[in-house]
Design a protein around this ligand. Structure first.
Ligand code: PEP
Ligand code: MG
Length: 570
């Protein structure tokens, strides 16, 4: 039995067989071939295996995810039967007397380079198809397995170096019982998504992929951040009990689903949910969310090969607004960049993507993309209680520019005779220290703030939120972070505005008492954290927490803050 330790990223216990989502080794050597006919046959056999495999994936994707998602595999099948690609490969084997791997790779690379250089989107997509198909045929030539999470059809624990947000979005909740990764932190987007999907997860283990083989039995302990490999029957039994206790605890919290969130001394705060897609509304309702405090719209743009149209976006925003039946819905405009990539935008690679051309910076430059989203939002505004929020605002000029574009689109829609809600609150995320420091000035112009601590912490502490080696610096309870949070809340209240928080800190057991004391109005968190937070707040006196907040703001270290909170809520 082995054990690896990581960061508890999503609560719960999962026990299942390991499924390694690790890229296969596709390296090979160049060889001279004497018997070219049998080499051509070997190539043809690999092609035919790839074809049957792709047909199965296409059918599965079409049944499970719909014909749209299957279209990409249809395109790959076309590449596999294209004589313009196949003939030159076979000719190369025969005339150059090289092994099939070399003939395939060199020929495919030539086409990929040629198509990529064309100023034509269609041909660029074909280049991507050829690259994918080449990889698949190579796995058959080399006798290695290509990973394919969409084909998983039994209960598994995913084991991976890392999972991108779009990998995570494609995981089938029915079969994926948990996951563990080598890298990542509690606020990596894969961890955030695991929480909204209620999949137990341990990230940042450094060595999970080295320690775990396909088929090993694995326990993911998302409560403590531990992964046990091939556990003893006694340990499995122990974990079954922990799992049952956790379920009993959840059943207790569930009794609060229709209750208001009121502190022991009668102060109400709003507990809202962070969502990534309209599908997440089910979890918001089941967990008694009083609103949506953050709709991360970028997930609408991921896992596809082109931008979503205005109509598609309108449908998604309308579905969320209607689904929330008049409760507040804060929609954040496109926040792409950092660990969230959109390959089809073909943005140049940056050395520091978290400090680069992302979120509002990209939207103010690529105005076509931004205006489409704003129009869809404005049109959807009549279906509920919409509030719009801009991400990564660093200066007042950025806010004013974004607001001006929104106003322009609103005027255009009204002139076209479209209905738009009269009043849409307009706010910003405070996730850059410059904005927190200048919050008193921002508060004169915005309707609300939502503090994005996931980024605010990383930018304040200069500690990458994805990097477990600097996670000791990435601490929400640092007095420096708490002081910034106070500045933002006080600045909002001085202008009669409200302040929320949509970073993971808002649902954190140690942070909640301090945030209540600081006067935070809205706490937005993974839906699955809401009931626990409600139960906690109902037992706290806001007056006492105000005193606690005053004390911790004068402290020197994170550990002192943690100790003071634990002592105060004992
Ligand atoms: C944040 O930065 O706190 C936030 C909520 O946004 P994201 O996690 O999507 O960067
Ligand atoms: Mg952020």
């Amino acid at each position: 039995m082995t054990f690896v330790k990581g960061i508890a990223a999503s609560n719960g216990i999962a026990i299942a067989k390991a499924y390694r989502l690790v890229e296969p080794d596709l390296t090979f050597a160049k060889k001279t071939i004497e018997d070219v006919d049998s080499e051509v046959k070997r190539f043809e056999a690999a092609m035919s295996k790839a074809k049957s495999e792709l047909e199965a994936i296409r059918d599965h994707a079409s049944n499970e995810l719909g014909p749209d998602k299957a279209a990409i595999f249809e395109a790959h099948l076309l590449v596999l039967s294209d004589p313009e690609l196949i003939s030159p490969i076979e000719d190369k084997i025969k005339t150059d007397k090289v092994n099939a791997e070399v003939a395939l790779k060199e020929t495919a690379d030539m086409f990929v380079t040629m198509f990529e250089q064309m100023d034509n989107e269609y041909m660029k997509e074909r280049a991507a198809d050829i690259r994918d198909v080449t990889k698949r045929v190579l796995t058959h030539l080399l006798g290695v397995q290509m990973v394919n999470p969409s084909m998983i059809s039994e209960e598994v624990i995913i084991v991976a170096e890392d999972l991108t947000p779009s990998d995570t979005a494609q995981l089938n909740r029915q079969f994926v019982k948990g996951f563990t990764t080598n890298i990542g932190g509690r606020t990596s987007h894969s961890a955030i998504m695991a929480r909204s999907m209620e999949i137990p997860a341990v990230v940042g283990t450094k060595t999970a992929t080295e320690e775990i083989n396909n088929g090993d039995i694995v326990i993911v302990d998302g409560l403590k951040g531990e992964v046990h490999i091939n556990p003893t029957p006694e340990l499995v039994e122990q974990y079954r009990k922990i799992h049952e206790e956790y379920e009993t605890q959840k059943a207790e919290w569930a009794k609060l689903v229709n209750e208001k969130t009121v502190s022991a001394d009668g102060h109400h705060v709003e507990l809202a949910a962070n969502i990534g897609t309209p599908k997440d509304l089910k979890g918001v309702k089941e967990n008694g969310g009083e609103g949506v405090g953050l709709y991360r719209t970028e997930f609408l743009y991921m896992g596809r090969d082109q931008l979503p149209s205005e109509e598609e976006q309108f449908d998604a925003y309308k579905a969320v607004l209607e689904g929330m039946e008049g409760k507040p819905v804060v929609v954040r405009t496109l926040d792409i960049g950092g660990d969230k990539e959109l390959p089809y935008l073909e943005l140049p690679k940056e050395l520091n993507p978290f400090l680069g051309f992302r979120a509002i910076r990209l939207c103010l430059e690529e105005q076509g993309i931004f205006r489409t989203q704003l129009r869809a939002l404005l049109r959807a505004s009549v279906y509920g209680n919409l509030k719009i929020m801009f991400p990564m605002i660093a200066t007042l000029d950025e806010f004013r520019a974004a607001k001006a574009l929104l106003e322009e689109e609103k005027q255009k829609l009204v002139a076209e005779g479209q209905k738009v809600a009269d009043k849409i609150e307009l706010g910003i995320m405070v996730e850059i220290p410059s904005t927190a420091v200048l919050a008193d000035q921002f508060a004169k112009e915005v309707d609300f703030f939502s503090i994005g601590t996931n980024d605010l912490i990383q930018y304040t502490m200069a500690a990458d939120r994805m990097n477990q080696r600097v996670s000791y610096l990435y601490q929400p309870y640092s007095p420096s972070i708490l002081r910034l949070v106070k500045m933002v809340i006080d600045a909002a209240h001085a202008e009669g505005k409200w302040a929320g928080m949509c970073g993971e800190m808002a649902g954190d057991e140690i942070a909640i008492p301090v945030l209540l004391g600081l006067g935070l109005d809205e706490f937005s968190m993974s839906a699955t954290s809401i009931l626990k937070a409600r139960s906690q707040i109902r037992n706290l006196s806001k007056t006492d927490m105000q005193k606690l907040a005053e004390t911790v703001l004068t402290m020197q270290t994170t550990d002192q803050v943690i100790e003071a909170v634990k002592f105060a809520v004992k």
